[in-house]
Ligand binder design. Structure first.
Ligand code: NI
Length: 187
């Protein structure tokens, strides 16, 4: 396994729609190594999610750490690492909720982003098995953030008011004091 460089805003891969992964490609050891590298790169960068376009690769593929929202600060509960190939998502309702997000490709910035509180996810796992599940709250937010990366969209595009945009230190100092936020992981 290896840590790969994460591309940042301005790299064309972050603005290009990704291609579906041909499922036979999942049998290719090099592609499995890519998935392992994505997990390792995400962990090394301290992120909660990472999409293939963030490594400059045009695949509909992302990984994330599905933190149980009830045990976020509990070291006993390791997050479940998930790999989604060719995902699709359907919001459960039209309602949106706002919370803070950051992105490994947009270093050190935070902003308030509206997302659906629950989505139905359809995808394949890294072995080509069908995955159908419901994601809610923080997991739903991560899935929507990473799914956007597969369509050339970053969280800045989703913000409805850029005045909440802040650098990490200033965000901690001035913007989240006393707030109960589930979000703000980098994806
Ligand atoms: Ni991101």
């Amino acid at each position: 396994m290896a840590i790969r460089p994460i591309v940042r805003l301005g790299h064309p891969a972050l603005r290009s729609p990704a291609d579906p992964v041909p499922l036979e490609k999942l049998a290719d050891p090099e592609f499995q190594t890519l998935i392992d590298d994505m997990l390792e790169t995400m962990d090394d960068a301290g992120g909660v999610g990472l999409a293939a376009p963030q490594l400059g690769l045009p695949w509909q593929l992302f990984v994330y750490a599905a933190v149980d929202p009830d045990h976020e600060d509990d070291d006993e509960h390791e997050p479940e690492l998930k790999v989604l190939v060719n995902p699709g998502i359907d919001p459960e309702s039209r309602e949106v909720v706002y919370d803070w997000e950051g992105c490994l490709s947009i270093s050190d910035m935070r902003g308030l982003v509206p997302r659906y509180p629950a989505v139905l996810v359809h995808a394949f796992d890294r072995h080509g098995e069908r995955l159908d599940f419901r994601a809610e709250r923080y997991e739903a937010r991560i899935v929507q953030h990473e799914f956007d990366h597969l369509n050339g969209i970053v969280f800045l595009d989703r913000m409805r008011d850029l005045r909440s945009l802040a650098f990490g230190d200033e965000w901690e100092q001035f913007m989240i004091r006393g707030e109960d936020s589930e979000g703000a992981g980098d994806g």
